[in-house]
Design a protein around this ligand. Structure first.
Ligand SMILES: [Mg+2]
Length: 362
């Protein structure tokens, strides 16, 4: 199975509601689909959403990166998979989302060549998962309303976006907590919005009110590793690192520092599936569980995340793969059942996704 062509296509999809965090506001998804063609007619699909405030990539930089790498991959056999991956990662530093999109398409082809779903190729067997849903940051009444609507749709875990004002954040979390049944779990994501001291004050204030979230995600700046450790030593609420961990090396340092309780794996940060698997393995060595998350991105790359969750189901115990449910519509045909909080993998070979001919014509 020889690679004959690599193409990109932007994918636009409307959101049901604006997506608002302390770092950004998004009104419609625009991400990049990669299609790798092979000489036997097989197509491999990959995808990634440029998230400049997190990975430093734009749509233009992603396209340029893929165009830079592609000539080195064309003509190679998918059977030489390890060589292809090593080449992909050695050609250019950073550009993690662009490389992830390419990797996802390569893994799709590798699984298709073996005629198995990707999760089975990666050693997984679990097919049914539950994800949380993101509640965008905003006024308290709106956040309560969105939370209640999510619970009515069947979600029992909510990821609350906060981080623009510590005082307001305490009020938001307390109000949301009080408005919901006690079995609903809250995950808090401050997207680097607080200092270490503010984080401790805020979390202790919540804990004093008996509000202990499932975790607090990335309260401080991505490079503030000491800040994370400072917080972990002073609060009961478990601490999850997101923007602080892109690579296995980042995780190694934070885990050796004993600065975090959980790792958030995202393919757009790890530069794809291969390093995500290694990150899960490293976390396991330290006895630290992982969540798999996504950017605001489309069904192809979210599907890849679900396959990885299955492959490492013993260590990836939490899913934050709600991006598909946030879309009002999209052009991807998927055999994976994305039904609000419930995600079910199918036995289709590869990722189990395809795109209408509009996207697949050369
Ligand atoms: Mg996050």
């Amino acid at each position: 199975m020889k690679i004959t062509n690599i193409r990109t296509q932007t994918l636009k999809a409307p959101l049901k509601n604006p997506f608002i965090t302390s770092l950004r506001r998004v009104d419609a998804l625009e991400d990049l689909v990669v299609i790798i063609e092979c000489d036997d007619g097989s197509l491999g699909y990959g995808e990634g959403a440029p998230t400049p405030v997190i990975t430093g990539e734009t749509m233009g930089s992603m396209i340029a990166c893929i165009e830079y790498i592609s000539p080195h991959l064309i003509g190679r056999e998918i059977e030489d998979f390890d060589t292809i991956l090593a080449l992909l990662h050695s050609l250019i530093l950073k550009n993690t989302t662009a490389k992830s999109a390419l990797e996802i398409a390569l893994y799709d082809l590798k699984a298709k060549a073996s005629k198995v779903p990707l999760f089975r190729l990666l050693g997984g067997s679990r097919t049914i998962f539950s994800t949380d849903i993101t509640i965008s940051m905003g006024e308290i009444d709106k956040m309560i309303c969105d939370s209640q609507n999510a619970v009515n749709l069947g979600y029992n875990t909510l990821k609350i976006k906060i981080g623009d004002s510590p005082q307001k954040d305490v009020e938001r979390v307390l109000a949301i907590h009080q408005s919901l049944d006690k079995h609903i779990k809250l995950r808090l994501d401050a997207n680097q919005g607080w200092s270490a001291k503010e984080s401790v004050d805020l979390l202790l204030a919540l804990e004093k009110q008996n509000v202990i979230a499932e975790f607090i995600e990335q309260p401080v700046a991505a490079d503030d590793y000491e800040g994370l450790k400072y917080i972990k030593e002073r609060v009961q609420t478990p601490l999850l690192a997101d923007e602080s961990i892109f690579s296995v090396k980042d995780a190694q340092r934070l885990l050796e520092m004993q600065a975090i309780d959980y790792v958030n794996i995202k393919l757009a940060k790890t530069a794809g599936i291969s390093q995500a698997l290694k990150l899960a393995d490293l976390s396991k060595e330290f006895g630290v569980k992982c969540m798999i998350g996504c950017m605001l991105e489309g069904p192809i790359s979210v599907a890849a995340g679900v396959h990885v969750a299955s492959a490492k189901a013993d260590i990836i115990t939490m899913l934050d793969l709600d991006a598909v449910s946030l879309l009002a519509s999209h052009p991807v045909k998927t055999d994976i059942d994305f039904n609000e909080s419930k995600i079910v993998l199918s036995d289709s070979p590869g990722l189990g996704v395809s795109i209408s001919s509009k996207y697949t014509k050369s």
